[in-house]
Design a protein around this ligand. Structure first.
Ligand code: PBG
Length: 311
């Protein structure tokens, strides 16, 4: 009766991976319990998510071939765009099908953007590719574009491209305060990232709190419909700051490394898995997130439906 924060399945989003050329789901070693789906296994998984009552799924593509410009992300026959159409068909109106709009899964150098002749990420040239990628995802049936590349001006560029092509109603989720984090390690296995080096020239310095809020403000000014803080657990102060000022919904991403730590400790019997999942997501909600991306989404929704960890 006195609880200030409660969890509900509708505010959970499940990130999902779809691998081109796979004939059966492939387990991700560093994320026990998470798989790379095939186009054939995806519909059932979407139906399972819908049956659990979660609010949405966030799709990531794992292409067979990569190149310097990340062409697979723009190609209508690229794995992410094909998966989007399949997922949208399976989901109907039961949940929101969302797509990752970033080049890192599609580039052979593994960066979130294209490179200039000196091998540096070229911010403005990347915006042109993001515009095309946004239209490809919109055409494929994505219902929410997740801009995770951390290029300056990406929200304004994608908004402009969408509005000019008849997609004025399609909303943008901006990964606004996205920190250069060690917690993305297992994700890079999940998407078979070819990254050499790091993303510190475009993702945020983990020591910077004010800068996180500044990135949020810029994205809101550019037209973001939802802003996000990522990772979640180590950045609850930034999340709280964001929730205090944001006129739009605030989301947080409990990322791959956060998932794997909990999964590993629970597998060793060192912590109670169900209680830990509940408490971490509750903490993220308490800090100010309206919704949470988490690889535990279905498991947590099922736990909640059964009365939660205290049942
Ligand atoms: C970029 C992207 C990343 C994640 C989500 N979108 C990887 C990165 O920035 O290196 C990480 C998510 C996770 O760790 O669960 N496309």
């Amino acid at each position: 009766m006195v609880s200030e924060t409660r969890l509900h399945p509708a505010e959970l989003v499940l990130p999902m991976f779809v691998r081109e050329g796979a004939t059966e789901p492939v387990p991700i070693v560093s994320m026990p319990g998470v798989v790379q789906h095939t186009l054939e296994s995806l519909p059932r998984a979407v139906e399972e998510a819908a049956a659990a009552g979660i609010g949405g799924i966030m799709l990531f593509g794992v292409p067979e071939k990569k190149d310097g410009r990340g062409s697979g992300g723009v190609d209508p026959a690229g794995i992410l765009n094909l998966a989007t159409t399949v997922a949208a068909g399976a989901a109907g109106d039961a949940l929101v099908v969302q797509t990752d709009l970033c080049l890192d899964e599609f580039t052979d150098h593994g960066h979130c953007g294209v490179l200039d002749s000196d091998g540096r990420v070229d911010n403005d040239a990347t915006l042109e590719v993001y515009r095309d990628m946004a239209l490809a995802q919109a055409t494929a049936g994505s219902q929410l574009l997740g801009l995770s590349g951390m290029m300056d001006g990406q929200v304004a560029a994608v908004r402009d491209a969408l509005d000019g092509a008849g997609f004025a109603d399609l909303p943008i989720l901006a990964y606004s305060a996205k920190y250069a984090s060690a917690f993305y390690g297992p994700f890079r296995d999940a998407v078979q990232s070819s990254l050499v080096g790091n993303r510190r020239t475009y993702q945020l310095n983990p020591g910077n709190r004010r800068e996180g809020l500044r990135e949020v403000e810029l994205d809101i000014a550019e037209g973001a419909d939802i802003v996000m803080v990522k990772p979640a657990m180590s950045y609850l102060d930034v999340l709280s700051d964001t929730a205090a000022i944001s006129p739009v919904p605030v989301w947080a991403y409990q990322v791959s490394g956060e998932y794997s730590m909990i999964a590993a400790a629970a597998a060793n019997g060192w912590i109670d898995r169900e209680r830990t999942i509940y408490e971490t997501v509750l903490g993220i909600r308490r800090a100010g997130a309206d919704a949470v991306l988490t690889y535990f989404a279905i498991e947590l929704a099922q736990s909640l439906a059964a009365g939660g960890p205290d049942a």
